[in-house]
Design a binder for this molecule. Structure first.
Ligand code: 5GP
Length: 127
């Protein structure tokens, strides 16, 4: 079933400039900004400017230019934050999707988290 994009979601409002954000990087097709409730010393959200709900939606339907721009933006953010293992201590990248992924904002975003040990990837069932 095709995705339906809700243009009233909070990240759509950020992209339209209706809500302020702390921008880390802006490119032709992507925006990176600090999470309002950081879960780690470094917590940046990277989003495409296009109307995509989830990573699979983006990966399956975005243009090559958007995918290239977004992928490079994530890499640049890791460099800017100094979390890339090549010269930093590493990071966790997360993209939640849908109900089981516990996605709150229905506009594709990847969380880039660093500055502390992130622990195991997911909690074990029942814990
Ligand atoms: P999700 O659960 O959808 O993967 O994550 C949504 C993220 O968006 C959360 O980490 C939340 O703190 C962040 N967030 C929600 N509203 C705002 C906002 O208005 N500004 C910013 N910068 N982050 C937000």
């Amino acid at each position: 079933m095709p995705y339906t994009y809700d243009d009233q979601n909070i990240f759509a409002k950020i992209l339209r400039g209706e809500i302020p954000n702390t921008t880390v990087l802006e490119t032709d097709h992507s925006l990176a900004f600090r999470d309002i409730e950081p879960q780690a010393p470094e917590h940046v959200l990277v989003i495409p400017k296009g109307a995509y709900v989830t990573y699979d939606h983006f990966a399956n339907t975005a243009s090559d230019a958007e995918i290239l721009d977004f992928t490079r933006a994530v890499g640049k953010v890791c460099d800017m934050l100094g979390v890339a293992p090549s010269d930093g201590e590493g990071y966790r990248m997360i993209s939640n999707a849908g109900e089981n992924g516990v996605q709150d904002v229905p506009h594709l975003h990847v969380h880039v988290l660093g500055g502390r040990n992130m622990g195991r990837m997911v909690a074990k069932a029942g814990s």
